[in-house]
Each structure stands twice: as C-alpha cells, then as structure tokens.
Design a binder for this molecule. Sequence first.
Ligand SMILES: [Zn+2]
Length: 289
Amino acid sequence: MKNLLIVSFALAFITAPIGAKGKEETAISILEAMPDKLIVLTFDDSVKSHYTVARPILENYGFGATFFITEGFTFPTNKVDYMTWKEIAALDRAGFEIGNHTRDHMGVNPKTVDRLEVQLAAIDARCEEHGIAKPISFAWPGNGLDMDALEILRNHGLRWARRGGFPEYPRGGERGFPYEPGLDHPLLIPSAGIPRPDYTFEEFVETLDGARDGKAVVLQFHGVPEGEHPWVHVSRATFEQFMDYLHEHDFQVIALRDLARYADWNLEPKDPMAIVESRKAKLAEAVKP
Ligand SMILES: [Zn+2]
C-alpha cells in the first residue's frame, strides 16, 4: 500500500504540467485502471517458429502478442529460420500486432541514429506491400538505447517502444522491471523478463508476480526455438509450459498496442531517466551488506 501511494503521488506530480494544457487530461480520464495479471507478450526478429510454434498456441488460448519484424540477419534468403512476408501478413490478419524492429536490426546509437528514419520506413513499405497497417510499436534492436532517437520515433508515428532490462540491469541479461505507466516513457517500456535457455520456470513465475498494483509485465521472447541464435531462444516445450501457466492462472495476455486501454502513449515523463535512476539506486541499496 505504501508503494502504491508513492506511485500515485509521483504520477500526480509528473502529469500535472501536461494535464494543465488540457488536451491530454481528457484522454487520461477515459483510461481504464490497469488490472492485475496483465502481461504484454512480444516476439523479436521475425523467427520462423513465431509462425509455426507460437501462433497456434496463442490462438488456442486467445492471447494477444506483438511480433517485431526485421529483415536483418539472414532473413532475405533463409526461409528455414525466418518467416516469409506472407506468414507475417497472416499473423496480422489473425489479429496479432506487427511492430517495427528496423530493416537491418540496426542497433540505435549516436553513430547510427541518423539512419533510423530510413530503417523504419523500409519496414513500413514492406508492411504496405503486404496489406499490413503502418506499425505503431517499435522494439529497440539489441536492446540498446539512444535518447536522440525518441524524437525520431515520435515523428515517425510510433506510440510505444519496448526496450530490454537495460539500463537498470546489464544489457544481455534476462531480468528487468515491470512497466509503470506515467513513470516509464512510452518509448522506453522495459521488458520485465527476457527468457533465454537458462531462464527457469521459477524465474518466470517470479517475474509474473510484478503484474500488480498498476504495473504490467512485458515479456520479450526470441525464437521458440530458433536456428540462427539459439543462445537467445527457448525450447518449444518451455514455451508451451510458460503459456499453459499464463492460461491456467488467468493472466490477461495482450499486444503492446493494447496498452492504450490503460495508459496514455502521449504522456511523457519530464525526465525519462528519473524512474530508471531511482530503480538503479534501489538495486544498489539492496546489494549493500
Ligand atoms: Zn532483435
């Protein structure tokens, strides 16, 4: 309860200057309260098993999900390990969200950020060719971040963007924090769990526990499994076990864009890094003897 109060005060503080302008205030008032047990399911890198393994399982349970599409790696020629655009279009028609993950899986940093617009537009063009609406969600390739990219993403029409567990946790890890609307910038939504081969069922269950008190748990999967990058994948059996658990325990599983029901994509904290720094400080405090 104490934590909840702190969050509410912080929210009021951050939203006040924006709400005072009037426009967003109306948008906020129609939002639903974020329910407990809300899970956002995301899949990166256009991996074939997203279509062959994940799709039927998600359809069976009525789960939503976002598939972040890139033509990077060996996507153009390797149709054993990567989806075809026909398969991506079928995911879209089945009601799943198609998100932008840049044409070349381009890590965004000060040296590459000038090329971001072209990289985004290339995926939009492919979507248009295949009858898919222009994506409104983005995932940062390699989970790297560059604050100069925020304006480019916004101007491109992107509403939501998902990062990894970095910067609170080291890049390349499997852990992160649950998403807190109003505190997390909508273009810097953290992944709370990034399941890889070593990720255990116990860790998964523990991660899900973060989906309460106005916070949502965003999960980042790669292949289930995948051929080219097996060090980031999970096996089919593990993926089935995880999805069975979500179903059996009545979690609500949605795509990233579906957050719009509970959070305002227009609402940007004044300092996007404030919540990140406060979490890092808490982590540092926790490891002190
Ligand atoms: Zn990726």
